[in-house]
Design a protein around this ligand. Structure first.
Ligand code: AMP
Length: 348
């Protein structure tokens, strides 16, 4: 059973990017102490940590040091060694199970897991070494591991273009994309938000609550997400991305952590995904969360000036992560109440 960790105790966070930063901000608001581990001393979460450990995510000794010093440990970065984590969770308080990490780090395991729970996925072919298959149509080839924001993805239609350690996915027409941000605490699963997401160049561009999906589609996505959370040993926020294609709700992927689309909950929700996650991993009760109509825009390096200028004229809730504004790098987001449409920024 999950331990109760009260404010004043120490939370360890593996990863000091914007997710780690916003988790730390929420935890500090509640009176927790924070230790962050990150390979970069420049990481944007460091400023909200009471102690900072500068180490690679592969440095087992340093991750163990973080565990020793923390009452509970969480991660914002999911590409950590799941086998190392499995060893650590026997001795320390890590509540986002390494088994879940093993599944979600591998696109084939992840899809097989969804299918085992009778959750529809796109059709796929897993390419492992020495498998000699032929293809007769265009597929989306994705690396089995370490893919995010469309990285490691390519459309291919010839046998010769198939690369090893990939999965070939059938390309579906997208009516829309939605994500379900959910949280599991020691009592129950609660839905933090159901969000509609629009991508540009494979990077999340705009998110919106409520979605334009039908109630039936939303309810199905929620039911699938609950089914996932009820079948894994996991506490905290977990996000499931879905495609809506020809009216059908299709599983895309799981993020066993807080999610970019969930940044909208900093304004839309009675409790943000960050606070919900901290409460859940600390064995507290999250309770019911209600959302109101809100729009999120991600801010990329090239958009910084546009948005800084915008809030001199238009009411919004700007969140900047104090990151170097490089092109196409996520450096912040902005939330607006209502259904807001902006244009003219973030385009090539
Ligand atoms: P992923 O990294 O798998 O989430 O993919 C990034 C984005 O590419 C998704 O949010 C979709 O917009 C698009 N995409 C991914 N897989 C497919 C697919 N099988 N069919 C159509 N679009 C896809």
């Amino acid at each position: 059973m999950i331990k109760t960790i009260l404010p004043g105790s120490t939370i360890g966070i593996i990863g000091g990017g914007q997710l780690g930063r916003m988790l730390a901000m929420s935890a500090k608001e509640m009176g927790y102490k924070i230790i962050i581990l990150d390979p970069s001393t420049e990481c944007c979460g460091k400023i909200f940590s009471d102690k900072f450990i500068n180490a690679e995510f592969s440095n087992f000794e340093k991750i163990e040091e973080l565990c020793k010093l923390s009452d509970v440990v969480t991660f914002e970065f999911e590409n950590i060694d799941a086998t190392a984590l499995a060893r650590l969770e026997k001795k320390y308080n890590l509540v986002q199970s390494s088994k879940v990490l093993k599944i979600t780090q591998h696109r084939y395991f992840e899809k097989e897991f969804a299918r085992s729970l009778n959750i529809p996925t796109v059709k796929y072919i897993c390419i492992e070494e020495n498998v000699n298959i032929d293809i007769k149509k265009t597929y989306l080839m994705k690396t089995l591991r370490f893919g995010y924001d469309g990285k490691g993805q390519k459309r291919i239609s010839k046998k010769e273009d198939i690369e090893q350690h990939t999965i070939l996915e059938e390309i579906v027409s997208l009516d829309k994309e939605i994500s379900v941000v959910a949280v599991k605490d020691k009592f129950e699963v609660q839905i933090v938000a159901v969000v509609e997401n629009e991508h540009r160049n494979n990077i999340l561009y705009r998110s919106k609550i409520p979605t334009s999906a039908t109630n039936e589609q939303e309810n199905l996505a929620i039911e699938y997400t609950k089914r996932i959370l009820n079948n894994i040993d996991y506490y905290g926020v977990l996000t499931v991305e879905f495609f809506i294609s020809d009216g059908k709700v299709i599983f895309n992927e799981i993020a066993p952590r807080v999610h970019n689309s969930g940044h909208i909950t900093m304004q839309s929700a009675t409790k943000s995904q960050f606070r919900a996650h901290i409460e859940a991993i600390c064995g507290l009760r999250v309770g019911k969360i209600i959302n109101k109509e809100t729009t999120l825009y991600n801010i990329l390096g090239q958009d910084e000036e546009y948005f800084k200028n915008l809030i001199t004229k238009k009411q919004g809730y700007l969140h900047l992560y104090e990151k170097e504004p490089r092109k196409n790098r996520k450096i912040g987001h902005i939330n607006f109440y209502g259904d807001i449409h902006l244009g003219g920024h973030n385009e090539e």
